[in-house]
Design a protein around this ligand. Structure first.
Ligand SMILES: [Zn+2]
Length: 511
C-alpha cells in the first residue's frame, strides 16, 4: 500500500517539478533534476521494493559469517551482473569479495556494501521475543543483509538513469566481506581496488535516517595469539608439562591490569578460542583472540603493551609465544563534511518512510520486551549535527575507516531497526527481516542513488569533497595499520559456518 502511495505521490510531484523538501520548511522549494527524479521513481516502484526486499530477506536467512558469505555474495554479484554491470569476483585474496562496475571514465563514484552476519544471534524475523531459528546459529544482528542490497538497488537505479540521460562517469559497487571482523577493506585497498575512485558513499542500517562527519569510532588491531607448551598427565606428572593455557590466563590477567593505565578512549576484549580439550591433559596449545581498540594516535602504543603482556604470559608459563596472527588492523573513521552535507540534503528529500500501524505495533512490542520507551518506529529524519566535542571515550569500529583516508567518504544511516532494539543482539535480528527492513533499505537506496547522481552530474559538488579531502590528507596521510605480511582470514569462520549452514537451510527450507 505504502509503495503505491509513494509512486502516486512521485508522479504528482514530477508533474509539479517543484516540491517542498520535507525538512526544509514550508517556504523552501527544492527543484529535483530529471536524472535524480528518474532514480527516485525507479526505486519507488512496488516491484523494485519487493525485488530487493526479497534479496535482503534471503541474505538474512543465509546468515553467513565473514568470508563464508558464498551465497550472499553470489546473489548480490549475480543481481548486478544481470542488470548490466561488469562483475569481478574473488578479489584481494577473498573469494567473497567482488566489485561491480558500470560506465566509463571520470568521475568514479564508489558505493560500499556489506553482507556478513554475526555468530550466536539466531532469531525469528519479526518476533518480539527471543526465539532462535536454530539455537546458537549466526544471525543478522547488524542489518548487513539490508546494506549491500540497498547499495545494489541504488547502483542499478543509477545505471538506468545514466543510460536514459546520457550521464558520463563510472559507478562501482564494492562488495565488502567480513565487516563484522573488520577484515576486508584494508586488504581491498592494498590490492588497489579503490585506485582512481573520486568519492565513496558508505551506508549502514540504523534506527534513524541520517549521516555524520568528523572522526568517529576506534581504530583496531584484531590479533590471535597462539602459545605452545608441552602435554603431560595433569595429575600423574604435571611437573613435566608446560601449559599453554597458563600463558593465556597470565596474559589476560596482565591486560586486565593494563586497563587502569590506558586513556579512556580505549576498548580491550578477548575470547579464548582454544584452551585445551580435557582437564587431565596439560594443554600444549592455546589461543586467545584480542580486539585492541584506541584512537589512530594511541593504537600502536597500546598494541605494543598488549604484545608485552603476551610475552610476559609465555615467559611466566615457560611456553613459547608461537605466533601473533594479525587478522586485521584498521583506522578510525574520518568522514568528509562536504559529503555528509550533500548526503543530508538527499536524506531530507527522501524523508522517513511512512510506517504502518502493524510496524509501529511490532516496534512497541519489542520495546516493551526490552524495557525501552514504547515509541514505535521513528517519524522524522535526523538533523546533521557537528561532531560532539570533549573527551573521546571510545566505541565500535568499522573497516570503512581505512576507506575514509583514501577517498572522501561519509556514511548514510538508513532506518529499519526499531529504536531501543540492541545492535549485535537477537532484537536487532528480529527487525532486519520483512516489511520495516524492506522500506528502510529502499529509503537508504534512494538517498544513496540521489547522492550518486549529484556526484556524477554536479562537478562543483564533487570538487567540494575533493578539496576538503586533499586538505585533510596533508595532516592525515594514509598509512595502513595492517602489516604487509597479513593475509585475509578466509577460514576463521569456516568451522562455525559448516556447523550451522545445513541446519539453517533445513529450518528455513532454503533451496
Ligand atoms: Zn555493522
Amino acid at each position: 500500500m505504502r509503495n503505491r502511495l509513494v509512486t502516486l505521490s512521485l508522479v504528482f510531484l514530477l508533474a509539479l517539478t517543484l516540491v517542498p523538501g520535507p525538512a526544509a520548511g514550508a517556504a523552501a522549494k527544492v527543484k529535483i533534476a530529471k536524472e535524480k527524479q528518474a532514480v527516485l521513481d525507479w526505486l519507488a516502484r512496488p516491484e523494485t521494493v519487493e525485488r530487493f526486499g526479497k534479496i535482503s530477506d534471503s541474505i538474512w536467512q543465509y546468515a553467513e559469517l565473514g568470508l563464508q558469505e558464498f551465497r550472499s555474495s553470489k546473489l548480490l554479484a549475480d543481481t548486478l551482473e544481470e542488470a548490466g554491470f561488469t562483475v569481478e569476483r574473488d578479489l584481494a585474496g577473498m573469494p567473497t569479495c567482488f566489485v561491480a562496475t558500470y560506465g566509463s571514465g571520470k568521475p568514479v563514484i564508489g558505493i560500499l556494501g556489506e553482507f556478513d552476519a554475526l555468530p550466536m544471534l539466531s532469531q525469528k524475523g519479526r518476533v518480539p521475543k527471543q526465539d532462535p531459528v536454530v539455537e546458537g546459529a549466526p544471525g543478522h544482528g547488524c542489518g548487513h543483509n539490508t546494506m549491500c542490497t540497498a547499495s545494489a538497488a541504488a547502483a542499478i537505479a543509477v545505471k538506468e538513469a545514466m543510460a536514459a540521460h546520457n550521464i558520463k562517469g563510472t559507478i562501482k559497487v564494492f562488495g565488502s566481506p567480513a565487516e563484522e571482523i573488520v577484515a576486508s577493506r584494508p586488504y581491498m585497498i592494498r590490492a588497489g581496488l579503490f585506485e582512481g575512485v573520486d568519492a565513496v558513499i558508505d551506508n549502514h542500517s540504523s534506527s534513524g535516517f541520517g549521516t555524520e562527519y568528523g572522526v568517529g569510532g576506534n581504530a583496531l588491531f584484531s590479533t590471535i595469539f597462539t602459545f605452545k607448551g608441552k602435554t603431560a598427565h595433569a595429575a600423574g606428572a604435571p611437573w613435566v608439562g608446560r601449559s599453554a593455557l597458563d600463558a593465556v590466563e597470565i596474559m589476560n590477567v596482565a591486560t586486565n591490569y593494563l586497563r587502569e593505565h590506558l586513556p579512556l578512549s580505549h576498548r580491550l576484549h578477548y575470547v579464548v578460542i582454544d584452551g585445551g580439550e580435557a582437564p587431565n591433559v596439560v594443554p600444549d596449545k592455546a589461543r586467545v583472540w584480542y580486539y585492541v581498540r584506541n584512537t589512530d594516535e594511541r593504537l600502536e602504543d597500546m598494541y605494543k603493551r598488549v604484545v608485552d603482556c603476551a610475552k610476559a604470559g609465555a615467559l611466566a608459563a615457560g611456553v613459547e609465544l608461537a605466533s601473533m596472527q594479525v587478522v586485521s588492523a584498521i583506522h578510525q573513521r574520518h568522514a568528509n563534511k562536504a559529503a555528509a552535507e550533500l548526503f543530508q540534503k538527499n536524506i531530507e528529500l527522501v524523508g522517513m518512510p511512512a510506517w504502518s500501524e502493524e510496524e509501529h505495533a511490532f516496534a512497541k512490542a519489542l520495546q516493551k520486551e526490552l524495557g525501552a520507551e514504547q515509541k514505535g518506529m521513528p517519524l522524522a529524519v535526523d538533523k546533521l549535527e557537528a561532531p560532539r566535542g570533549g573527551q573521546f571515550t571510545g566505541g565500535g569500529s568499522s573497516d570503512v575507516g581505512d576507506v575514509t583516508l583514501i577517498a572522501p567518504t561519509a556514511t548514510i544511516g538508513f532506518p529499519g531497526l526499531a529504536p531501543g532494539a540492541i545492535g549485535h543482539h537477537w532484537s536487532a535480528v528480529a527487525c532486519f527481516y520483512g516489511s520495516t527492513a524492506w522500506k528502510g533499505l529502499n529509503a537508504g537506496a534512494k538517498a544513496i542513488a540521489a547522492s550518486t547522481i549529484d556526484l556524477l552530474t554536479k562537478p562543483e559538488e564533487l570538487a567540494k569533497l575533493r578539496k576538503e579531502f586533499d586538505e585533510y590528507g596533508k595532516t592525515h596521510p594514509y598509512k595502513p595499520f595492517l602489516p604487509a605480511d597479513a593475509n585475509p582470514p578466509n577460514d576463521l569462520n569456516k568451522e562455525l559456518m559448516d556447523k550451522y549452514r545445513g541446519l539453517l537451510e533445513k529450518a528455513l527450507e532454503i533451496k
